[in-house]
Ligand binder design. Sequence first.
Ligand SMILES: [Fe+2]
Length: 382
Amino acid sequence: MTQAPSERRSNLFYDQWMESIGIPIHRGHYHSDLRTLELGWWEERGCNAAFLQMKGMEGVSEARIVEIPPGKTLPPLKMAIGETIYVLSGSGLASVWAGEGPKNSFEWGPHAMFHVPRYAHVQLSNARGDQPARLLHYNYMPMAMTIVPDPEFFFNNPFEDPSLLYGQGDDLYSQARAVLGAGAKDSMAEAAGAVRDDSLKAANHGGAWWIGNFFPDMAQWDKLSPHRGRGAGGLSVKIQFPGSGMGASMSVFDASMYKKAHLHGPGRVIVIPRGEGYSLLTEPGKEAVVCPWGEAAVFTPPGGWYHQHFNLGTEPARYLKFGHLPQFSSAGDYRDQIEYANEDPWVREHFEKELAARGRESQMPDIVYSDPDYQWDYGDDN
Ligand SMILES: [Fe+2]
């Protein structure tokens, strides 16, 4: 999965830049534990780090693992594009500021997620003296560098726009707020501008969007809405980062259940805050790739590949998805989805076999395999 820089050539400027850094680049479809993935020293950033460039991310999204040594503070970094950070392990402090403005400092711990707006400075510290802290960073640098192939434009560029950070009010990194919108597109536009609390029917599956820069624990986050239509009685939350088109979402679904297969565009990176299971990545007409997962596993569904998530654990599992640019979304009306009744019988058989090996049985209702219009009962009136 890991290739030395010299083994591969790409005509994408981002790839050439990434390979020039000289730290490990982890490819493939998945990695089972980012907390133990091999890293390499990145002198300029003062830390051990590695890039993830899995199939389906190429030319679209960047993910990299950053490890802060015990008790250390990394050099400040300012990027011309926004970046989302998820905490794989450890705890520490982040300071974010813009221009000559005041520093916003907040503490983070395992499973926290926060967003650093474009042109903002961020400095990260490990609060523990006895263990490193590992972070997963996510952004769209590959696309940006195709348009502007100048690394110096993106890193520590002197341009400032403090209003992007300070225009968000006093509680920049305190608490996320719910935002409801008439539809996914409206919500995106709305969230990217000012926060507006109204009571319109929300998003494409009826749930609330949450807007904020800081989500303290995605393994515990419980403000979830029914994700009708994707099966397994699943719940989800959609997240928009203020002043940005970037977002994230997380799905939660019960033990011994599995979701429907669906497909969309490239660039998404999925990490597991909690749970045990596997996902199938299937290029239409080809054999499925099985991606086993547990906490801190990562995988990427390539654009145009079906993917489907299976919970083999004894408690609800959750997967957190980065990469919700509208240009890479599906049609949003389930044309890009396979109903259980229409799926390859092997999908169910494999799931039941995996559960049987653990002494358990599928909790999927039989009716889903005969009625493609079956509506999951969420115990409400909708
Ligand atoms: Fe997906």
